[in-house]
Design a protein around this ligand. Structure first.
Ligand SMILES: Cc1ncc(COP(=O)(O)O)c(C=O)c1O
Length: 321
């Protein structure tokens, strides 16, 4: 398959390791971890795979500034700002929220980088695409807008490519994996994985646990990304809404809000595996996996959980932890 033009700043292939202790009481299931938290340091996590494609397009359009958006502690915004800087481009970040009392994590890193930060309220953020369009109009240089989470038909290529990487690893290492599980926050990662499955006619299942909104919302959002991908790159894929498997029920208090369930999971996982899971995405998705494995209701028995990174996000939750 011919991939869309992309840069190669992501450190791949990321390793697949067995989860040795955390699920040891669940004899029916086996779980592996795809370490996409190791795609880089400043450029860590799942976002960078999408940015490989999005920033290739920005470059092709001769953009000198990248504009993107997210929550005040967004991993995607930090990754974008660092990636753009490595390419010699300027960045404007439109962040939902107020200046944190203690500057830490991704926010601190954005400031160290001297990215232009525009803080807006949750109300204003409802029209964030318009806000970004206005910033582009007012910019003195050519600017390229990346939507929230890099989740569009271009960014989705990042996880089409990752799906190919996973398929290759499964085959080379003879792993019995039947299902890929991941967190969903803006839908691009799940959309890319499902596109990878459809394009390669793979039998692997793709499921995700939503960390905001609900399953219906993500079936629509992921479906839209797949439709746009097919239109733009001229693919005729056979799929329907029921192919988009979302495990709902683990949003907890809301997006970006964490309570004892998540802090407990982060501690237990760190103490059993020696690996940190992020609070906003990984902890909720891993909790969904754990609950369904314990109930015996998880769709799949040999599961590859994608660790999507977000380590810097942990530090803004120091009070809860
Ligand atoms: C660490 C982390 N994991 C998972 C996700 C979810 O990925 P997506 O937005 O593609 O659904 C995000 C971003 O939203 C993230 O920052």
């Amino acid at each position: 398959m011919n991939l869309a033009p992309h840069l190669n700043k992501t450190i791949t292939p990321t390793p697949i390791t067995a989860i040795h202790h955390f699920f040891k009481d669940l004899s029916r299931y086996r779980v592996w971890l795809k370490r996409d938290d190791l795609t880089g340091l400043e450029l860590s996590g799942n976002k960078v795979r999408k940015l490989d494609f999005l920033l290739a397009e920005a470059r092709a359009e001769d953009a000198e500034r990248i504009i993107t958006c997210g929550g005040v502690h967004s991993n995607h915004c930090r990754s974008t700002a660092f990636y753009a800087t490595q390419l010699g481009l300027k960045t404007t970040l439109v962040l939902r929220g107020t200046e944190p009392k203690i500057k830490t994590g991704n926010y601190l890193l954005n400031e160290v980088l001297d990215a232009d930060i525009h803080l807006i309220s949750a109300r204003e953020y409802e029209k964030v695409d318009e806000v970004m369009a206005e910033i582009r109009e007012a910019a003195s240089e050519k600017a390229y807008i990346i939507p929230e989470g890099g989740s569009n038909e271009i960014g989705a290529w990042g996880y089409v490519k990752a799906f190919m990487e996973i398929s290759e690893q499964i085959s080379v290492h003879n792993l019995p994996i039947d299902t890929i599980a991941v967190a969903t926050g803006s839908g691009g990662t799940h959309a890319g994985l499902l596109l990878g499955k459809l394009l390669s006619k793979s039998p692997l299942n793709v499921v995700s646990v939503n960390v905001c909104d609900d399953a219906d919302f993500f079936v629509r959002k992921i479906g839209t990304i797949i439709e746009r991908f097919c239109r733009r790159y001229n693919y005729h894929l056979n799929w329907q809404d029921t192919d988009i498997h979302i495990i709902d029920g683990f949003v907890g208090e809301g997006y970006g809000l964490i309570g004892p369930t998540e802090t407990d999971l982060i501690r237990r996982f760190a103490r059993s595996e020696g690996i940190i899971i992020d609070p906003v995405y990984g902890a909720k998705a891993m909790r969904g996996l754990e609950v369904h494995l314990k109930q015996g209701t998880f769709p799949g028995e040999n599961i590859l959980f994608i660790h999507t990174g977000g380590i810097f996000g942990l530090f803004s939750y120091h009070e809860q932890l």
